[in-house]
Structure formats: C-alpha cells, structure tokens
Design a protein around this ligand. Structure first.
Ligand SMILES: [Zn+2]
Length: 141
C-alpha cells in the first residue's frame, strides 16, 4: 500500500523526476483513501470528507482545456518571477484531467486563438507551475 507504481522497462531508468522539457514529466496529486477524491496539489487532508488518509498519486498528463484567459499584466511578484527579457502576456487557464479535477496552469501557445474549450492539452512542465500546451495535430503549420 502506498507503494509507488513500478514499471520495469528494461533500462530501469524510469525515475525521471520533473524535467524541464526532455523526458517524461510527471504530475503528482493525492487521492483520499476514504472517498477517492483526487486533489492537486497533493493534500494531506481531503477537502471533501475531511479524511486524513491520502496517498500521492500520479495524475494524467493529457487533459482538455476547460477555461482560459490571457494575463496581460505582470502578476504580483513574488511569487511571480518575470522572465529575464521582460514580461509578455501569456495564457492561463484550467485543464481538466482524466481524474476529473481541474488544475490551473500556464498555457503555452503561439496564438491564443488556438485555445478553445475542450481542446486536448498535454502537460509540458510542472515547475514552477503546471504548464500545458495544445496537442498538435498531424498537420503542423
Ligand atoms: Zn475523502
């Protein structure tokens, strides 16, 4: 119980922690042992039933866009750290995961117009905050 899922894949080098882009990016949440409510970020106390028995679980990295907006001014800093070359507007929104929860994330895209509710999104990074990008279709532009 509470043991991390182990997948033998030959090399044994499956312990990719969070990577900035290369390799597999993992998103960890928690699941309540009492009522199976999933939370992100991981919570020690279930916000639905108040149970204190939660286990860390790996969340899906593919989701769908639920809602978004464009951040056109720099957020309060700290915690926001502006990029070295200055602030540029970026998209933020909620991505609904297969587990049924919606998580707030920065949305990577070239054109905000490609962000539509229900669009498939893929996790690209988790640090310092979750970051999703639209799933590219076959025809790249
Ligand atoms: Zn619960």
């Amino acid at each position: 119980m509470g043991r991390p899922l182990r997948r033998s894949h030959g090399s044994g080098d499956e312990e990719d922690q969070v990577t900035g882009g290369r390799g597999r990016t993992r998103l960890e949440g928690s699941v309540c042992r009492g009522c199976a409510t999933v939370a992100f970020p991981p919570a020690q106390t279930c916000r639905r039933c108040g149970g204190r028995e939660t286990t860390v679980t790996e969340l899906g990295t593919q989701g769908t866009l639920w809602a978004h907006t464009v951040q056109r001014f720099p957020p309060k800093s700290p915690p926001y750290v502006p990029p070295a070359d200055g602030f540029r507007p970026f998209a933020v929104g909620y991505v609904e995961l297969p587990e049924g929860i919606k998580i707030e994330a920065i949305l990577d895209c070239d054109d905000v117009d490609e962000l539509v509710a229900g669009a498939p999104m893929s996790l690209v990074a988790t640090e310092p905050v979750p970051r999703f990008a639209p799933v590219r279709t076959e025809e790249e532009r």
